[in-house]
Structure formats: C-alpha cells, structure tokens
Write a protein that binds this ligand. Structure first.
Ligand SMILES: N[C@@H](CCC(=O)N[C@@H](CS)C(=O)NCC(=O)O)C(=O)O
Length: 275
C-alpha cells in the first residue's frame, strides 16, 4: 500500500491556476517538493480564504503587517508521514531535507557561502524575521533575496493575475494594507519614467546578486551544475516575474547580465511541474 501523499496549499490566481500561479514563497515549496521527488497534491486557496484555511488547519501565522496585526500566508504543507503541518516555506524546505535526506535529487542545503546583502531603498512589505536556523547561510540569503525582489514588486502590479471571482475583494485588501498611501489598486501601477527607473534598479540588484552565480561558471546554478535550495529561492521569484511582468520586460530580465537569470529559470524547469 502506498503511503498518503503530502498536501501542499498554494494561492489560486486566475484560472487555469496551473499557468498563473505566481506566489514566490509557495513556488519555493513547489520547487523543493519536486526536487525531492515526493508525491504530493496541491490544494488551491483563493486569496481571500487564506486566513480561514490557515486558521482551520491551526497553523499560527508567521508574518505580521506593519501595524502589528497578523498576516495569514501560504504555503502550508501537511505531511502525513510525520503528521506535521508547517506554514513557512523555509521551515518546509528544512523539514523535507531532514525527513527525506536522500530523496530525489538529494541535498537541498549543500554547504556554500551565500554572502549576498541587499541594500534596501524601496521596501514596502515587512519580511519575516530571520530566526535561528539549521542552515543560517541559507536563511540569511532567503531574507536578502526576498527583500531585494520585494523592493521591486511594484513592477508586477499591473500584470497580477487576479482571479475575476475574487479580484475586487483582493484589490481592496491590498489598498487597505497600504494604509492610506493609495486610494485604488490601480494607483500602485508604475508607468513611464518611474517604471524605467525601477527597471534600472531591478537590473542593478540582479547584477549584484548575479555576482554569486558567476563564481562557478560550469553551470546555471550557484554551485555550477548542482541545484540547491538557494537557486530555488531566486528561481521562485523569477517565476513570479515571468507571470506578472509584461512580456518584453520579462525578456529583458532573462537577457540581462549575459542571460544568467534566463538560464537559471530554464534550468529549474525540471522542478517546476505544477501538480
Ligand atoms: N515567511 C513566509 C511568508 C509567506 C508569504 O508571504 N506568502 C504570501 C505569498 S508569497 C502570501 O501568502 N500572501 C497572502 C496575502 O498577501 O494575502 C514563508 O516563507 O512561507
């Protein structure tokens, strides 16, 4: 008899959800699950239902909004093998490594130096605190990469694939979170010179991050031909950008810095199946 498989909770965007899913933290989990080759199924949760689902699973929130109130997020996984419910993408990756050390493509956390530090000018969203971790180098990298991409998230606003069924509720919620900074969702959008300036900043940020990828030129990954969770952290954000940026801008991103990020995106395709 085969054992029951893992349940992975991800955010449902516009149907078909398999093509539009673009939440970076759930993507980190999907890439890690596929890397480990573990059987799982995805439960798709509409954005306005995350609080309800997380509360009903009794998984405590791991983020807070700027005003100190709780922020209910995904991913969550339920792993029946250990009877665990885990509600943070980094904790999920650690759980998968500890519980299934030799599964699939092997070690998610091979030792490496990940000394990337993001200098934070534009950041809008408060990030989870960096907690004590078994893989502190990876935890710090996760935090810095999240900060670096989050600082440019305004580029993704116009292309965000809201599900028409819940779009108005979700847009109103994002406006509420901005605490009076904008009156309507559309006001978050960037065009013209302001957009070009943020694209420049995005390119420069990727240039800085890209220096880590240039240390080993034998392959698309930080460790050359060997993928690790650090590549997935960046790859998850690239998935978000691929879905939400206008096509011509995504093409630019793929080609900046000698095509490094396009190659990374393509190389992670083997772990990107949506199940
Ligand atoms: N530290 C958490 C953060 C998770 C998180 O921020 N998830 C976002 C999607 S990437 C979310 O659920 N957002 C729901 C919302 O904005 O309402 C993790 O890594 O899992």
């Amino acid at each position: 008899m085969s054992s029951p498989s893992i349940t992975f909770y991800d955010i449902a965007q516009r149907p078909p959800v398999e093509k539009t899913c673009c939440s970076p933290n759930p993507w980190k989990t999907r890439l890690a699950l596929n890397f480990k080759g573990l059987p799982y199924s995805t439960t798709w949760v509409p954005l306005p239902d995350i609080q309800k689902v997380r509360t009903s699973l009794q998984v405590r929130p791991c983020r807070k909004f700027a005003d100190g109130t709780e922020f209910f997020t995904l991913p969550i996984i339920h792993d029946p093998a250990t009877d665990s419910l885990i509600g943070d993408s980094f904790d999920i990756a650690v759980h998968l490594q500890k519980t299934y050390p030799n599964s699939g493509a092997g070690d998610l956390f091979p030792p490496q130096t990940l000394d990337y530090v993001f200098k934070n000018d534009y950041l809008l969203v408060p990030l989870s605190e960096c907690r004590d971790s078994e893989y502190p180098e990876y935890a710090k990298f996760n935090l810095n990469v999240d900060a670096a991409f989050s600082a440019h998230v305004q580029l993704t606003v116009q292309g965000f694939p809201f599900d028409p069924a819940t779009a108005e509720t979700s847009k109103a919620e994002f406006v509420r979170r901005a605490g009076g900074m904008v009156a309507r969702w559309e006001d978050f959008g960037l065009a013209g010179e302001a957009r070009a300036k943020m694209m420049d900043s995005f390119r420069d940020m990727l240039g800085d991050l890209g220096k880590l990828f240039e240390r080993d030129t034998s392959g698309p990954f930080l460790l050359g031909t060997r993928a690790s969770y650090a590549d997935m952290i960046v790859g998850a954000w690239l998935r978000n950008m691929c879905v939400t940026l206008p096509e011509n801008e995504w093409e630019q991103v793929r080609n900046w810095h000698g095509g490094l990020f396009g190659r990374l995106y393509d190389a992670l395709e083997v772990y990107a199946e949506v199940k």
